[in-house]
Design a protein around this ligand. Structure first.
Ligand code: MF3
Ligand code: CO
Length: 261
């Protein structure tokens, strides 16, 4: 989500039964992302992938969460190469071999929102793309590890920033992760940079969408004239991974994984 000015509303704690619904919503998201990843191929349009995402979500009993959100026109956000987030699917945008493709999906199921994203390439990745994807996903997992009771929000932010900058890359600052529940965006905002030991104390029942966006070059991003697509100012590659995570007594639980049979 886009970073807003400071606003301090409370973080909504979820009951166990609500977390089970959020798990279901997120398992649909995870399954759709897997299907989309398998479909990445030269010549397919981003619109085709959007249609596929929408039909799979509906088949699962869900509703696309992004479509109509603040006027966003599609089910899928699909952001290629120097596009950071919120790329709008188009009939005339065809994937090419080697493209670095971030896909972000949101689903409403029984009134609760699932939200996750991943980045993959069309065919084999370049060395740079492979390293950027690995560092971004590792940063997400390091952030998730910090999502346990008694830690603070800044511990998550700091772990992500440290891993990314240690690898020589930049975290995007204009967009942040967020709480998620009945609404796609709930408090708190979760920056991908920050200081250890700062911010709200984490409690069981919090559900957090943690989503590092990482640029190979500078952190600067700008929005294109479509009003949505964020791109790197220097044209460098950008990757994005997101999981929705429940903070539990036992530690972090990733909700955005396919349902286990
Ligand atoms: N995961 C993204 C976010 O939290 C997706 C939002 S797309 C939008 O900002 F269209 F719904 F805004
Ligand atoms: Co999100």
């Amino acid at each position: 989500m886009k970073k807003k000015l400071p606003g301090k509303k409370g973080i909504i704690l979820k009951e166990d039964w609500e977390i089970e619904i959020l798990r279901k919503a997120n398992s649909i998201v995870a399954r759709v992302l897997q299907i989309l990843k398998e479909q990445l191929a030269e010549g397919i349009s981003t619109h085709d992938l959007d249609q596929l995402a929408e039909s799979e979500i509906k088949k699962s009993g869900g509703i696309p969460a992004f479509k109509g959100y603040k006027g966003y026109p599609a089910t899928l956000c699909i952001s290629i190469n120097d596009e950071v987030v919120h790329g709008i699917p188009r009939k005339d945008r065809l994937l090419r071999q080697g493209d670095l493709v971030s896909m972000d999906v949101g689903v409403i199921y029984e009134g609760y929102v699932g939200d996750a994203a991943l980045t993959a390439t069309v065919g084999a990745p370049s060395e740079e793309a492979a390293r950027l994807m690995a560092v971004t996903e590792e940063a997400l997992l390091k952030g998730i590890t910090q999502a346990r009771p008694k830690n603070r929000l800044g511990d998550i932010s700091h772990a992500i920033q440290r891993h990314v900058e240690g690898a020589g890359y930049s975290v995007v600052k204009q967009f942040v992760g967020h709480g998620v529940g009945k609404a796609l965006h709930e408090p708190p905002e979760i920056p991908n940079f920050g200081r250890r030991g700062r911010g709200p104390v984490l409690k069981p029942g919090m559900v957090l969408a943690i989503e590092p966006m990482v640029n190979a070059g500078s952190h600067d991003v700008k929005i294109l004239e479509d009003g949505w697509t964020a791109v790197t100012v220097d044209g460098s590659l950008s990757a994005h991974f997101e999981h929705s995570v429940a903070v539990t007594k036992k530690g972090p639980v990733i909700l955005s994984v396919p349902e286990q049979e």
